[in-house]
Design a protein around this ligand. Structure first.
Ligand code: SF4
Length: 314
């Protein structure tokens, strides 16, 4: 257990908790000591309970389909702020589901975890050694920050690596994920091959299905090519609506057809459960936008100073 930990003075103040109608997803809005806000999502499945953790207040990556990216970057989360989200989820799981423990952690909340390795890596070690979550039950998701993946390769922990790929050629990927201009697909694949060689671990590709944008047979074929190249597992995610993005998710029938094409090529593929859409808790929807006027103050991310991308990646 965590004890005598100076990082864990009250780092997070719970200011709002939303629960989905089926009671299986909770979204917590936390205020940090400097007034920034972050979100943490706890999801209960038949066989496990998973928390989706934030690593930054906001995000500098500016992925067009993501509510967090649309709001810009404010700051990295500290070790205590990351770990406290996991402690909240552990306690909340115990409280609402007495029959089970928190079992899985995914770094897929607000922020790009591998742009904050300084605080992410010590957090991973402590979540593993002090909270007792097995490294293989922890997944770090990145849009493809190559220096961060290189450091992750030498992290002496068997934490899973997921790449938010979403498009398999540079033209389309750069339009969806601007950081692809700096770290193009070919360089990313070379990096993943080195990762695989050094760790003998399989990566997964996350692919948010966007209607008419990345769900054609040609997209499937390009994705299959990259997946075979690096031996990746593919997770298809029906895209969630966000206010600043005019497109919509692929119909579920198309998601299934796309999955079938991938499967037929011998690449392992899953269709992810789309959780918490009605409480804006699903993938790409975390923005810390809840109106907090009822708490006597208004916290909007726009009120804080934004930091430019270049300063982050040095
Ligand atoms: S998808 Fe991830 S990396 Fe991209 S803007 Fe959103 S939080 Fe940042």
């Amino acid at each position: 257990m965590l004890k005598g930990n100076p990082d864990l003075s009250p780092a997070l103040e719970l200011v709002h908790l939303s629960r989905s109608q089926d009671q299986l997803t909770d979204k917590a809005l936390f205020k940090l000591s400097d007034g920034q806000v972050i979100e943490t999502v706890l999801m209960h499945y038949p066989d496990r309970s998973t928390v989706c953790v934030s690593s930054q207040a906001g995000c500098a990556m500016n992925c067009g389909f993501c509510a967090t990216g649309q709001r810009g970057f404010f700051r990295h989360l500290k070790v205590g702020e990351i770990i406290e989200q996991v402690i909240w989820a552990t306690n909340r799981t115990k409280l609402s589901r007495s029959d089970r423990r928190l079992s899985n952690i995914v770094f897929m909340g607000m922020g790009e975890p591998l742009a904050n390795t300084k605080n992410l890596f010590p957090s991973l070690r402590r979540i593993n050694s002090e909270i007792g979550i097995g490294a293989r039950h922890i997944t770090v998701s990145t849009v493809g920050i190559i220096p961060g993946i290189n450091k992750f390769t030498h992290l002496d922990l068997q934490v899973n690596l997921a790449i938010s790929l979403h498009a398999a050629n540079n033209q389309k990927r750069s339009a969806l994920i601007p950081i692809n201009n700096r770290y193009p697909v070919e360089d990313l694949m070379d990096t993943l091959l080195r990762y695989k060689k050094a760790t003998n671990r399989r990566v997964s590709f996350e692919w948010a299905m966007i209607d008419g944008v990345n769900d054609s047979d040609q997209d499937a074929s390009e994705l299959i090519g990259l997946s075979i190249q690096v031996g990746a597992h593919v997770n298809l995610i029906p895209l969630n609506p966000t206010p600043g993005w005019p497109t919509k998710g692929s119909p579920i029938q198309r998601v299934r057809e796309f999955a079938a094409l991938i499967e037929r090529a011998g690449v392992p593929v899953s269709i992810r459960d789309n959780r918490g859409t009605e409480i804006d808790a699903a993938c790409g929807q975390l923005a810390g936008t809840i109106d907090l006027m009822s708490h006597g103050e208004q916290i909007y991310l726009e009120n804080s100073a934004k930091i430019e991308l270049g300063a982050l990646l040095n």
